[in-house]
Design a protein around this ligand. Structure first.
Ligand code: CLF
Ligand code: SF4
Length: 502
């Protein structure tokens, strides 16, 4: 079908089949149907959905009512990718136009989130006006908001009126003494309040907002920034408390703190967690509730699949003269979504069958330490399949395989080492960095790979594998694990340098 954006000048602008199989493709199978329907195509609330569907943010909310020690919203660099950073602040009208342009161009975009660059609820008129217009003009788009929670209780009812079914609250602590080390001040009832008292009010409002949303049937995700030495141990308690109050998902994210960002933590030399520390804490919290491990810490104006940013395609000067036939766009979007769902069902079937076959092999083999976990890195541009050239990957999806389970444990960003231009002279350095980033992985699955990186990966104890190109990721990971099991490679312990230590 033809593209549904028309410019004014007339030109086009452009279950595993069986639940409990051990595959993670349908971890939502246990949820009530109404909740499955809410999260099925939300790339943040459903891990599987993030392979298939995109999200976008509109930066309509410049002000904030608190200060976090890890934030400096003045900093704006288009190469940056972290929350609170944005290039262009939009009015609600501009934001609505941008959302409709993106929806028509990227039909797999299912969710519009407002996440900054300040706090959306510290800018209630701009945020709610954007939601108001979109719920009327683009009813097929899910609306989502992310907040620090200070102003949340006051607007819960209005959010519900606009059909907002997904809210994220950033909760870094439930103890004001911990909070006082994270938040220097809040702005509350027209006054600046500092120290422990500020943290106490913020925590009270966050918890009240969470309870009010849950009582109204809104799905709540809690984001927590892991700050080593400040709230690392405390986050297990946060997870326990928010789960008890009905939060749907907990997303523990690593602190990003660099001196050049100009944040308090960055300047003071506060370090972020290692990959290992992050994973250990996520695993420790997972006993209490579902954990999100696929967060990419998006910019407040991000557009596209998680991990990619196509915002530069939709700057104001590019979209201002577009006329969008949204009825036609909605029809096209529905077709694309139906095709994605058919593809997801087929992938679940294939991965389920592969896992049943692995489980059956495991039962036939004598008991050995072969079910030790194996980390595999996967190069994928989306769609839930192994489909990317090793040298073109900007991130690798990390899966852990055992004879009982295949699970996604995170994404690791890398520098693009193969640019195909004169920077190729620097390729070796970037490749070495990539190999360091893949520490702990024993296999890297990709669509293709060159001779040079193949040799260097092998020398580092990481086996490149291009034999499962275009297969569903979990099916491919299961198949490689089975091959390792059959060849006896799992009989040995993983080499020391492969242990997770990045
Ligand atoms: Fe945006 Fe956040 Fe909604 Fe997603 S992001 S407002 S819930 S639509 Fe998602 Fe980005 Fe992580 Fe946020 S990957 S930073 S969790
Ligand atoms: Fe920055 Fe968000 Fe904290 Fe406000 S709530 S200071 S925008 S990180």
């Amino acid at each position: 079908m033809a593209l549904t954006i028309v410019s004014q000048s007339g030109g086009a602008a452009g279950g595993c089949a069986s639940s409990g199989c051990g595959s993670s493709t349908d971890r939502l199978a246990h949820l009530p149907e109404a909740i499955r329907a809410k999260v099925n195509n939300h790339p943040c609330f459903s891990e599987d959905a993030h392979h298939h569907y995109a999200r976008m943010h509109v930066a309509v909310a410049p002000a904030c009512n608190i200060q976090c020690h890890y934030c400096n919203r003045k900093y704006d660099c288009s190469n940056e990718s972290r929350p609170g950073v944005v290039s262009e602040v939009l009015t609600p009208d501009q934001a609505v136009k941008k959302v409709m342009a993106v929806a028509a161009t990227i039909p797999q975009m299912t969710v519009l989130g407002i996440a900054g660059p300040g706090d959306p609820l510290a800018n209630p008129e701009r945020t709610l006006e954007t939601f108001r217009q979109l719920s009327a003009k683009a009813p097929d788009i899910k609306l989502c908001v992310s907040t620090n929670g200070l102003a949340l209780p006051a607007v819960v009812d209005e959010l519900c009126q606009h059909n907002i079914e997904h809210v994220t609250i950033t909760i870094n602590c439930v103890d004001p003494d911990v909070g006082a080390k994270i938040y220097p001040w809040i702005f509350w009832n027209n006054r600046r309040i500092k120290g422990r008292k500020a943290a106490e009010i913020l925590i009270e409002q966050q918890q009240k907002g969470l309870e009010m949303l849950v009582a109204r049937g809104v799905l709540v995700k809690v984001n927590s920034v892991l700050i080593p030495g400040v709230n690392d141990e405390h986050l297990k308690e946060v997870s326990r408390v928010v789960k008890a109050k009905g939060a749907f998902l907990h997303n523990v994210m690593p602190l990003i703190a660099e001196a050049e960002h100009g944040t308090f933590y960055g300047i003071m030399g506060q370090r972020g967690p290692t990959t290992d520390e992050l994973q250990r804490l996520q695993d420790a919290c997972a006993g209490d509730m579902a954990m999100m491990r696929h967060c990419r810490q998006c910019r407040a104006d991000a557009v596209g699949m998680l991990g990619e940013d196509r915002g530069h395609e939709f700057t104001l000067d590019r979209i201002e003269h577009l006329e969008i036939d949204y009825a036609a766009a909605m029809a096209r979007r529905a077709e694309v979504h139906a095709a994605i769902e058919a593809n997801r069902a087929a992938q679940r079937r294939q991965s389920g069958e592969a896992f049943v076959s692995l489980a059956s092999l495991t039962r036939r083999l004598p008991a050995k330490p072969e079910s030790r976990p194996v980390l595999m890195a996967v190069a994928s541009t989306g769609g839930g399949v192994v489909n990317q050239h090793f040298g073109h990957a900007r991130e690798f999806l990390i899966y852990e395989a055992t004879a009982q389970d295949v699970r996604f444990i995170g994404a690791r960003k890398v520098d693009l080492y193969c640019t195909g231009d004169e920077t190729c002279g620097e390729a070796e350095t970037s490749l070495q960095k990539t190999i360091r980033t893949l520490a702990g992985c024993e296999v890297v699955l990709c669509a293709r790979i060159g001779y040079e990186p193949w040799g260097q990966l092998e020398a580092a104890g990481i086996l490149p594998n291009g034999e499962h190109a275009l297969e569903p990721i979990e099916e491919a990971v299961t198949a490689v694990y089975r091959e390792m099991q059959e060849s006896g490679r799992l009989d040995q312990s993983a080499p020391a340098q492969q242990r997770l230590s990045a």
